[in-house]
Ligand binder design. Structure first.
Ligand SMILES: Cc1cc2nc3c(=O)[nH]c(=O)nc-3n(C[C@H](O)[C@H](O)[C@H](O)COP(=O)(O)O)c2cc1C
Length: 256
């Protein structure tokens, strides 16, 4: 699989749009500011706290002791839509996943989003970044290198079947065009957080996995976070040493 370059382009485009947005808010003149504030207040009063359609909102404030009721996601909000539509997918068409989509999911899992400070897309206790992300496909096995947005090939073998066997025979893993594996290196976090390190690393794997799943959903793909597997067997498939603990196996593809 070639090194993904699409991520940088998308990130650069997004950065430009963010700075444009920041530019708008950077120096509002007094009249614009007062006008915007009045419109916001009028909107809040007339819609009972509704945010004007920019995010999930509720029709009325819930009375004390009652359920708030279902949120009304704005259909145009891609993130809310992905949160709502994400489901575990265990059956895939044979259609391959495009390299740039794999790259985007890797970036969402562990990509560097603030190069100056070295911060990544998923939060990390103490910014110590104990996670590693691998991708298995028909072409082989690769490890993601955050910051460079590239995948380093560690094996030319198709290990998806071996991952399915390591995951107690969950055969849908072998049917997926790509299988992400998230591992954790506890020692990177333990130096600062001691006995809480394992907890933190597991929490972080959840953040990274959810980012992959939401981006997959947004791209029309689907996947399942698989936690039932033999650690030793997955470690063996990855060629990882004892210091690296497999935390999630995540098959992703086009839902059948
Ligand atoms: C920690 C964890 C481990 C899981 N392990 C497996 C697994 O080994 N095999 C599997 O098919 N699904 C696994 N799942 C997916 C759950 O079965 C699934 O999330 C649940 O049924 C809810 O469905 P949904 O994901 O479509 O909302 C796991 C989910 C989590 C959070």
């Amino acid at each position: 699989m070639r090194a993904p370059m699409g991520v940088q382009t998308r990130v650069a485009a997004r950065d430009r749009s963010v700075s444009r947005r920041e530019g708008v808010f950077a120096m509002p003149d007094r009249r614009t500011f007062i006008l915007a504030l009045s419109m916001l207040l009028v909107g809040c009063v007339s819609q009972g706290g509704d945010d004007g359609g920019t995010g999930p909102s509720r029709q009325t404030a819930p009375a004390a002791g009652t359920s708030p009721g279902p949120p009304r996601p704005n259909a145009h909000d891609a993130l809310i839509d992905a949160v709502e539509r994400r489901r575990s997918v265990r059956a895939f068409t044979g259609e391959p996943v495009r390299d740039e989509d794999v790259a985007l999911m890797l970036w969402a899992a562990q990509g560097v989003t603030d190069a100056r400070r070295g911060l990544r897309a998923a939060p990390s206790a103490g910014a110590l970044y104990p996670l590693e992300v691998y991708v298995a496909s028909a072409e082989g096995l690769s490890r993601y290198i955050p910051g460079r947005d590239e995948m380093r090939r560690t094996s030319g073998d198709d290990v998806r079947q071996a991952l399915a066997l390591a995951a107690l025979g969950q055969s849908f893993i072998a049917q997926a065009p790509v299988v992400f594996v998230i591992t954790g290196v506890y020692s990177r976090t333990a130096g600062k957080y001691g006995t809480r390190a394992e907890r933190y690393v597991h929490l972080e794997a959840g953040h990274a996995a959810q980012n992959i799943l939401l981006v997959a959903t947004r791209l029309g793909l689907g996947g399942t976070p698989v936690g039932a597997f033999s650690d030793d067997a997955v470690r063996g498939v990855l060629g990882a040493d004892d210091g690296e603990t497999p935390l999630y196996v995540m098959p992703v593809g086009h839902p059948a």
